[in-house]
Design a protein around this ligand. Structure first.
Ligand SMILES: [Zn+2]
Ligand SMILES: [Zn+2]
Length: 212
C-alpha cells in the first residue's frame, strides 16, 4: 500500500510528492525544495519516517518542479529520471529562473534516465505506470497506480483547471485530448494529485472542469 506525502515548496507553491510503502523505500517526485529550510523539511520527513529514497522522478521539467533536483540527487545519490521531451526546458531553467527573480546557484542537472509511456516505476513492493500527456510541456508524464486508485499528474490537470499551454512547447488541443483520451478512461474514482493546489478526482474533473 502506497502512502503519499505532499510538501508545498518554493515561491510557486509547488507540490512535492514523496511516495513510500511498507518496505520504507521511497520515491521523490518533483522536488521543489529551494531554501535550506525547505531542504530540511524534506530531509526531516524522510528521517522521521525511516524512509530510504530510491528514485528521483520529474513529471516535467518546469523550474518550479525541479528546483530541488540537484539537492536530492546529491543528498540521496539518485539519478534524475524524466521524459526526454522536457530536456530543453531543464537546460534553460537557470536562465529562465532569472526572469522570476530566482537565482539558481548551479544549472539544473540534466536528465540521466529517460522515461517513456508504457514503462513502469518500481520501488519496494510497489509499481507505478507511466502515461505521456504532452501539451502543458512536451515531456509531461503522469505516474499512476490503477489498483490503488491514484495518479500524480504534475501540471497536466488541476482541481477545476488544466495546465497553461502558452509556454514553449505548449499545445491546448494536445493537452485536452490527452486528458480525455488517456486519463479519463482510468476511471472516475481515480484520485488526482496535481502539481499545485488540492487533490481532486477524475470524476469531478470529467463532470465539471470548465477547460475540458
Ligand atoms: Zn509546469
Ligand atoms: Zn508547476
Amino acid at each position: 500500500m502506497i502512502e503519499i506525502k505532499t510538501l508545498i515548496f518554493n515561491p510557486f507553491q509547488e507540490n512535492t510528492y514523496i511516495l513510500y510503502d511498507e518496505t520504507k523505500e521511497a520515491i521523490i517526485i518533483d522536488p521543489g525544495c529551494f531554501s535550506g529550510n525547505e531542504e530540511e523539511i524534506l530531509d526531516n520527513f524522510i528521517l522521521e519516517n525511516g524512509l530510504k529514497p530510491v528514485r528521483l522522478l520529474n513529471t516535467h521539467c518546469h523550474i518550479d518542479h525541479i528546483l530541488g533536483n540537484r539537492y536530492v540527487s546529491n543528498r540521496y545519490e539518485l539519478k534524475l529520471e524524466a521524459h526526454k521531451g522536457d530536456e530543453f526546458i531543464a537546460k534553460a531553467a537557470q536562465q529562465h529562473g532569472i526572469s522570476f527573480g530566482i537565482q539558481m546557484p548551479e544549472p539544473a542537472p540534466d536528465i540521466d534516465v529517460y522515461l517513456n509511456e508504457g514503462e513502469q516505476i518500481k520501488f519496494g513492493n510497489s509499481v507505478l505506470d507511466i502515461v505521456h500527456v504532452p501539451g502543458h510541456s512536451p515531456g509531461s508524464i503522469v505516474f499512476y497506480n490503477q489498483k490503488e486508485g491514484f495518479m500524480i499528474v504534475g501540471d497536466v490537470l488541476f482541481n477545476d483547471s488544466i495546465g497553461r499551454t502558452d509556454l514553449p512547447g505548449g499545445d491546448y488541443d494536445l493537452l485536452a485530448s490527452g486528458i480525455k483520451g488517456k486519463l479519463f478512461p482510468l476511471g472516475d474514482d481515480m484520485k488526482v494529485y496535481p502539481g499545485h493546489g488540492p487533490y481532486t478526482t477524475i470524476g469531478k474533473e470529467r463532470r465539471s472542469n470548465p477547460f475540458l
